[in-house]
Design a binder for this molecule. Structure first.
Ligand SMILES: Nc1ncnc2c1ncn2[C@@H]1O[C@H](COP(=O)(O)OP(=O)(O)OP(=O)(O)O)[C@@H](O)[C@H]1O
Length: 448
């Protein structure tokens, strides 16, 4: 398995097109905006993602999906909510006090008893549903995004990971990837924790790889939404998505696992240490490649108590290794080059999001446009252009294509439709500039 991981590392050379940064920019419009910390300390986000696998000559950040997890609109809001939720627990003294309180509390009042338990779970489901049901696209106002279920198209996900490293031109590389898929074992996103054959044992830790823009975060959002709506994985008591990007914000702080949950999932204020050990939990760490933690798996403090305070990276390592909440499920998503941070011995299943098959590409465009004629024209144009057709393996590229072709086909447009990637990128840039003008007029975009 370690060999595979090494290969993946090399594969970091990426299957995404050069000249375009496909970083998903979920913080762009609404969710996160951390300019300055509470004491005026700068909180730089979204720079130097662990290994941006693509040169950023054009940054085509698609900010649709990732806001699903938390919606702090400013650093102030984050810190207000955080202090409200954890009191002074970020300092060791405060945490000690809290721990004592927890230990001496009357267990009879535990939320895990009676209807209150159900209430907490229902409250969390509602909150997660609210966070995940919309995706924000382009320049839409916050909250006015598209319904995830309307545009979500099944992705091609396989168990195991690709073997080859290809240094050829990216388009050929993608073409090869799509052909290779035929031999792989497909797995549905909602089944990643299920034991699917007799040879398999209990699946506790799943690592999902995938190149930039291939749909990892969308998968996390869909998985969480389906759970929150009571459709899938109902044996899990709580699904707890935590974005690695947001975890970076508290990387210099001390937390217990319990206080960490309170920070990122305020609806869980009422849960107590003992509840966490009884429930079946799923922690989702989305975007390991964005994490700025150094996960020291070989040499770290051992933590097995959810109220024990430590640094966030130590908590993560203990969770992943199973020292902390050994029965909790863990799902980590990552771009390939960062996945090696997790030792293969800790991982029970590796999956890879491969993107869209040919029929899924078509379904994507049919779902996206209610105008059937428009989607038909777009699909036939893509099929006629080899480059575009191959590139549409990557969902974020479908999104770019949809934006450009919709714009060109719905206005009185005499020019030729884009045939090459360069054409498409240039048009995409023009559409974005036009949209920006429409939204902000002559005015400067508010500082973000
Ligand atoms: N299943 C899907 N159905 C419809 N659109 C999708 C799907 N998956 C991804 N997309 C489109 O691709 C974009 C990028 O997806 P996503 O952010 O999930 O990629 P990612 O793999 O998390 O990328 P990164 O590594 O850059 O974080 C989405 O904003 C959406 O436009």
């Amino acid at each position: 398995m370690s060999e595979c991981v090494m290969e993946e590392e090399e594969r970091a050379e990426s299957t995404v097109p050069s000249c375009v940064s496909l970083k998903s920019d979920w913080s762009k419009d609404q969710p996160l905006h951390f300019g300055i910390g509470p004491q005026g300390s700068p909180l730089k986000m979204d720079e130097d993602r662990a290994e941006s696998t693509v040169p950023s000559c054009v940054s085509l950040k698609s900010d649709q999906s990732k806001g699903g997890i938390i919606n702090f609109r400013s650093s102030e809001e984050f810190y207000q909510k955080r202090s409200a939720s954890i009191g002074d627990s970020s300092c060791p003294e405060g945490e000690k006090k809290r721990r004592t309180e927890l230990q001496t509390a009357d267990l009879n009042h535990s939320v895990s008893q009676g209807g209150e338990l159900q209430e907490v779970i229902e409250g969390h489901k509602m909150s997660l549903k609210r966070r995940c049901e919309h995706v924000t696209e382009g320049t839409h106002e916050a909250g006015s995004g598209t319904l995830l279920n309307k545009i979500y198209t099944e992705l091609y996900i396989t168990e195991g990971q690709s073997e080859e490293v290809d240094t050829q031109h990216e388009v050929r590389q993608l073409e090869r990837t799509s052909k290779k898929n035929i031999q792989d074992t497909p797995i549905k996103c909602q089944d990643i924790f299920k034991v699917l054959s007799e040879q398999q044992r209990h699946i506790r830790v799943v690592l999902t790889n995938g190149v930039a823009g291939v749909g990892k975060t969308f998968s996390v959002q869909k998985f969480s939404l389906d759970w929150a709506e009571g459709l899938e994985n109902q044996d899990i008591s709580l699904v707890l998505p935590l974005s690695c990007r947001e975890l970076n914000l508290i990387r210099d702080e001390q937390h217990s696992l319990l206080s960490l949950l309170h920070v990122f999932h305020p609806t869980l204020q009422k849960i107590r240490a003992e509840d966490l050990t009884v429930w079946k939990l799923l922690f989702i760490f989305d975007g390991l490649d964005e994490s700025r933690f150094s996960l020291g798996f070989n040499n770290h403090q051992l933590i097995s108590d959810v109220t024990q305070v430590s640094s966030v990276d130590v908590l993560l390592v203990n969770l992943i290794q199973g020292n902390l909440l050994p029965s909790a499920l863990i799902w980590i998503t990552s771009r390939p080059a960062a996945a090696h941070q997790i030792p293969p011995s800790c991982v029970d299943r590796i999956t890879e999001v491969r993107g869209f098959t040919d029929s899924q590409k078509e379904e994507y465009f049919r779902r996206r446009f209610s105008d059937e004629d428009l989607s038909k024209r777009i699909i036939s144009h893509i099929k006629a252009s080899r480059s575009l057709h191959i590139m549409c393996l990557i969902p974020v590229f479908c999104w770019i294509t949809a934006i450009v072709l919709e714009d060109m086909m719905t206005r009185d447009q005499r020019g030729e439709l884009p045939q090459t990637l360069t054409d498409l990128y240039s048009h995409f840039l023009m559409v974005q500039i036009k949209r920006k003008k429409q939204k902000y007029g002559g005015k400067q975009r508010p500082e973000s």
